[in-house]
Write a protein that binds this ligand. Structure first.
Ligand code: GDP
Ligand code: MG
Length: 452
């Protein structure tokens, strides 16, 4: 994955003060591949890489993380911003303002759904009507203007029954613009807050479709025109988006099939090509499978980075950079005594303890299970710290000096058992042995290797 690739690229430049132009360009080659693999359109990739390169060159490297990890963070932040989000927002924050539906008009607020056939328009129409009811307590009526496909109008009626949402009665033979007018009138009379207009699609964009969309938009004066695109269609979706953007006043995008194995590249492309916010992500066939769009989540998906990014954030915020650097220096010389172990333990505690580390580092699931099995929890971190604290300076530098009598004293002094002291010494021994691997990576990376 990208993390490994960038790690290799940056292995050789540990310890430099600032990110140099050539280094950043090398890293961007890897980022470019990751983006293309995620199906981001090429021109969008180019523009994005240029923007990130400019930002990254000359940035100071945080001492507690590797330059590779830091570049990932810079790339991630730019992705989040490009997707319309704020990289610094808290986990679980609501979707960004621009991603919310703007329905504050004289009711009924019309939401018009457009897109190719099979993109998920009809399903999304019902999902959004339901979403509006659940989240905003607003009453929506739905109408299908799809007279091109047999049974398309019935399909929407069935979804309406399933979700208990009103649909406009079907009048055979009526044309889209007339249906739209009738729907508006009916919604107004019955005091609906919102009118959802599901429209016809085509297999490909053509003039007739665009003319129809324009006419409907003209008649219904929609508050929102949402382009529905299948995130699995990748590059194609970009051309579709372009055509629609030129012809109808889009206000946002709905990305469907985000539950498939799409890596989210379509989101970045859509945003860049249409200049419109992504408002929803469809995550399944059921009517509750709709999520407000979260730029942070999608950015993580595009990079395939798991939570390395939040790890770097935490590291930047809490790990004492000086300690980490000193430790890295000693490790690079193959030195690692109990003082160093203590520093690492402290870092782990600062970062939220073992459980959190285990949850964040890629490949840590196994280690997490092992820790749980050996009852290694955060209390253990505190105990270990106490044990090391009860030793003399000499013993900390040379753990081999610890004999049975001293172990007993240290256990008593730290409120632990001799077997805990033994466990700690054993752990330190193993860590020293693992030094070869850790040496290359330093601080945090070393911890990842150790447990991963
Ligand atoms: P339309 O032709 O644009 O109206 O597309 P439909 O709404 O009829 O959807 C076509 C198919 O895609 C249906 O089988 C839907 O159940 C399915 N579908 C729509 N959205 C999603 C989604 O977010 N995830 C998955 N897995 N399937 C979806
Ligand atoms: Mg349909």
């Amino acid at each position: 994955n990208l993390s490994d690739r960038l790690g290799a690229t940056f292995d050789k430049l540990r310890g430099r003060g600032a990110l140099k132009e050539q280094d950043v360009r090398d890293a961007m080659r890897e980022v470019r591949i990751a983006l293309l693999e995620a199906d981001v359109a090429l021109p969008v990739v180019r523009r994005f890489i240029d923007a990130v390169t400019e930002k990254a060159i000359g940035q100071d490297v945080l001492r507690a993380v590797s330059p590779g990890q830091q570049v990932i963070k810079i790339v991630n932040d730019e992705l989040v911003r490009t997707l319309g989000g704020d990289p610094d927002e808290e986990e679980g924050a609501p979707a960004p303002e621009e991603s919310r539906l703007k329905l504050e008009v004289k009711p009924p607020a019309v939401v018009m759904m457009v897109g190719l056939q099979g993109s998920g328009k009809t399903t999304s129409t019902a999902k959004i009507a339901r979403y509006i009811r659940e989240k905003h307590g607003k009453k929506a009526m739905m109408a299908s203007l799809d007279v091109a496909r047999p049974a398309a109008q019935e399909q929407l009626a069935v979804l309406g029954q399933q979700a208990d949402i009103a649909t406009l009665p079907i009048v055979p033979g009526q044309q889209p613009v007339d249906i739209a007018r009738r729907a508006l009138e009916s919604a107004r009379l019955q005091n609906f807050d919102v009118l959802m207009l599901d429209t016809a699609g085509r297999l490909h964009v053509d003039d007739a479709l665009m003319a129809e969309m324009k006419a409907v938009a003209g008649a219904a004066d929609p508050a929102e025109v949402l382009l529905v695109v299948d995130s699995l269609t990748g590059q194609d979706a970009v051309n579709v988006a372009k055509s629609f953007t030129d012809e109808v006043p889009l206000t946002g995008v709905v990305l469907t099939r985000m539950d498939g194995d799409a890596r989210g590249g379509a989101a970045l492309s859509m945003r860049a090509v249409t200049g419109k916010p992504i408002k929803f992500a469809g995550t399944g066939e059921k009517l509750d499978a709709l999520e407000a769009f979260h730029p942070k989540r999608v950015a993580g998906r595009i990079l395939g980075m798991g939570d390395v990014v939040s790890l770097v954030e935490k590291a930047a915020a809490t790990v004492d950079a000086e300690d980490a650097e000193r430790l890295a220096k000693r490790m690079s010389k193959g030195e690692f005594d109990l003082n160093d172990l203590r520093t690492q333990l402290k870092q782990m505690q600062n970062m939220g303890g073992l459980g959190m580390l285990a949850g964040m580092l890629p490949g840590m699931k196994k280690a997490k299970a092992a820790m749980a099995a050996s009852n290694m929890d955060d209390k253990v971190l505190l105990h270990m710290d106490a044990i090391i604290g009860s030793m003399t300076a000499k013993e900390r530098a040379k753990p081999g000096l610890m004999n049975a009598k001293r172990k007993k004293r240290v256990a008593a002094g730290s409120g632990t058992q001799v077997q805990d002291v033994n466990k700690l010494l054993k752990m330190h021994q193993e860590m020293s042995k693992a030094m070869k691997q850790i040496r290359k990576m330093g601080g945090l990376g070393g911890l990842g290797k150790l447990f991963g």
